[in-house]
Design a protein around this ligand. Sequence first.
Ligand SMILES: *Cc1c(COP(=O)(O)O)cnc(C)c1O
Length: 407
Amino acid sequence: MARTKGRNAGWGEETLAVHAGEFVDPVTRASSPNLVMSSTFAPEKLTGFSARDEQGYEGFIYGRVSSPTVKQLEDKLAALEGAESALAFASGVAAAHALICGRLSKGDHIIVPDANYVGIAELTRDTLPRFGIDASFVDLSDLGAVAAAIRPNTRMLWLETPANPTMKLCDIAALAKLAHDRGVRDVAVDSTYATPIATQPLSLGADFVVHSLTKYFCGHGDAMGGAVIGRKTELASLNLEASVHFGGILSPFNAWLIMRGAATLPIRMRAHESAAMKVAAFLDQHPAVSRVFYPGLASHPQHELARRQMKNFSGMMTFQTKRPGPEIAARMVDELEIIHYAVSLGHHRSLIYWIGTDDIQGSTFRHDAAQLKRYRDYAGDGVFRLSVGIESPDDLIADLARVLTLS
Ligand SMILES: *Cc1c(COP(=O)(O)O)cnc(C)c1O
């Protein structure tokens, strides 16, 4: 079977996005990747029955271990992150679960951000302790606080930058160095908001990158997926445990859709960024808006770090309004004509959602009193999370102006 190894050397990111992982089908000469839905494969020679026995065999045997279309997507993801290897999963949360539970054991300790993606925040706070894994929730912009939280049994530092929904950044290079110097084995970065077009965490010293492929990689809001990206040997053992035993693998159909989306990731990210800059500048000067958090604005508290760590400021922002958020959110549901009032992000369509502080502190960000206070100091009664799509920015601005104008 045709392999792409070695073909990627020296290609630019636009070329990688289109061609990495893809090849002309040797049988049909099809130029586009095949969608191979088969769950089982007829081996060319006698192979073992358990996944461990199959390790010496190059081909495919069973879809939970690996399958051709998923493998093509994985090769494209690895190439875009400048990594040796990638493993795809059914969702971003399935990828996070695979990495955390595949790498940590009873008695281990993980450090996670004090505000990050809700599903992962709840997994680490509510589920891991049931299996004897302790989690600490730390403000990652404070290196001293991270250093103080490291224990002899700390095995993983989990970063997310920019973080959902706070838009807080963390300094990957500084944190990876700090953690490794103090004996923390794994530094993992949820890079869903940034994408490799903005930041390549492995080149900054991280060991693993995690993505919700549901967001920018797919880019069109029609397939869920997730990935863990990193070194070949570590991902090979993660495949044996997390894919084979936990089973949260990606459907080939979703892989095929996400691969098509990923081909245009570089040009979409440029379009997202350029529209988001205009929308953020509009919101920043609007009398009904009290605060905008967008890494590309000089007013972002970590704009200097954003400039250093992000080649692209992405399309994500949050903002606060002077009038109560729920009142404006209700108008958005009824009156927005282009932007969808809906969760998720990173799609070609713009999406907006109100994240009320009482709500999210009730469900998610309630680790301790200091954290409750920090989050409320930042978010007030809540924030609007806006994922700027690739529509004409002037139309998005007109849509927002209509619902923000005080009547
Ligand atoms: C959406 C998201 C996830 C979870 O991904 P799913 O595909 O919804 O499971 C994880 N991290 C971040 C930053 C996200 O935005």
